[in-house]
Design a protein around this ligand. Structure first.
Ligand code: PLP
Length: 370
């Protein structure tokens, strides 16, 4: 039996019918920009994420750029970011005129390394830093990052593109962030029917700036207090997310159950199934295996042979991409990120995986190591 790496079309009963009806209704009323769908979604996000402002925007990359611009980051400002993340984190810094400084990650939680972060702050005096909540959990030092940044006056932006539904000490991971961002890209945990994103904050002034920036820097319809751009969230995307939200709990539970199944079943093999640090409840975004880098190509071949999809998230750090040298201001460490990239492998994980699919994946991996 083949098992896809990701399969998003396992909709709940009646879901597609309600979506088709919604599309028909919005179209008949030409409700294409703004409106109650956006307001409802933003209200849901505020409530669920424990923040006082949620600002919808066009995608998760724009959310980062809005957060950076909102925090005042511009030309020539140093911005720290982890060497292990999705390329959008790096791009966002460059696109607002900042100078990226990559910092290595911790081998334990695979998130930004706090001690190296402090060292990089001393050396490079950044205006801002991006803490990425990668793989479906966050840093064991999250509170230290927040405290340190606050004390030093460094804007801390939390890239929560992959973190929807993650809790830390019983609360949304986004609660307590100065600025946090979400991506609703379809393959993320809370996915839209296209591109969408959001910026979260509990700071009124930052919220006001971000709200203006995502709509051309408007103060009124034809007067402009800032140079922003058009990053409004599409009404269809908000409507799709509003219809999906009642199912999110079940989707998260299904993901978490599968993530746990892998952990239990693969526990005694010579591989590491990475776990969220204490205090976190993961959202089951990704299965993350750390395997022997020399054996990885053979494991990939074995999975391919049996029709099991897999991912390599990510194959290379930020600091070694072809486009990096032109923009990279500095690189603080990076050996751990490189090692993770050479030894990571992700097994299939998506909502409503069937028991026989999970059993098949585990069976192929176990046989490989037997
Ligand atoms: C997906 C992702 C983004 C970008 O989001 P888009 O909605 O695709 O623009 C940014 N950062 C991280 C860590 C991501 O995983």
């Amino acid at each position: 039996m083949s098992v896809p790496f990701i399969e998003l079309k396992r909709f709940e009963d009646g879901f597609l019918d309600s979506w088709n009806a919604k599309v028909a209704d919005l179209s008949a009323n030409t409700r294409f920009i703004g409106g109650p769908e956006i307001e409802n979604l933003e209200a849901t996000l505020k409530q669920e994420c424990g923040v006082s402002h949620a600002i919808g925007c066009a995608n998760g990359t724009d959310a980062l750029q809005l957060a950076l611009r909102g925090a005042g980051v511009g030309k020539g400002d140093a911005v720290l970011l982890p060497d292990l993340t999705f390329w959008a984190t790096f791009e966002a810094v460059v696109n607002v005129g900042g100078d990226p400084v990559t910092v290595d990650v911790s081998a334990e939680d695979l998130q930004l390394d706090f001690d190296l972060f402090c060292k990089a702050c001393e050396e490079h005096k950044p205006r801002a830093a991006i803490l990425v909540h990668l793989y479906g959990w966050g840093s064991s030092r999250i509170q230290d990052f927040r405290n340190y940044a606050k004390e030093k006056g460094i804007a801390l932006i939390e890239d929560g593109a992959q973190a929807y539904g993650v809790t830390y000490n019983g609360k949304s991971i986004y609660e307590g962030a100065q600025l946090a961002t979400i991506s609703f890209y379809p393959a993320k945990v809370f996915g839209a029917a296209g591109d969408a994103g959001a910026v979260l904050t509990s700071d009124d002034e930052l919220a006001h700036r971000v709200r203006s920036l995502e709509n051309h820097g408007r103060t009124t319809h034809y007067s402009y207090g800032l140079v922003g751009w058009n990053s409004r969230m599409d009404t269809f995307q908000a409507a799709y997310l509003n219809l999906s939200h009642p199912h999110l709990k079940a989707r998260l539970e299904s993901r978490r159950k599968s993530a746990d199944f892998y952990r239990q079943e693969l526990a005694n093999l010579p591989i590491r199934v990475v776990e969220a640090p204490a205090g976190y409840v993961e959202n089951g975004y990704l299965n993350v295996l750390i395997v022997d880098s020399e054996k990885r190509p053979q494991l990939e071949a074995a999975l391919k042979d049996k029709g099991i999809g897999f991912g390599i998230v990510y194959p290379g750090p930020m600091s070694t991409q072809d486009a990096s040298p032109d923009y990279l201001k500095a690189r603080v460490g990076g050996e751990t990120a490189q090692r993770i990239c050479s030894s990571v492998l992700n097994l299939p994980l998506f909502p409503y995986m069937k028991e026989d699919e999970l059993a098949e994946v585990v069976d192929v991996v176990k046989k490989f190591y037997s």
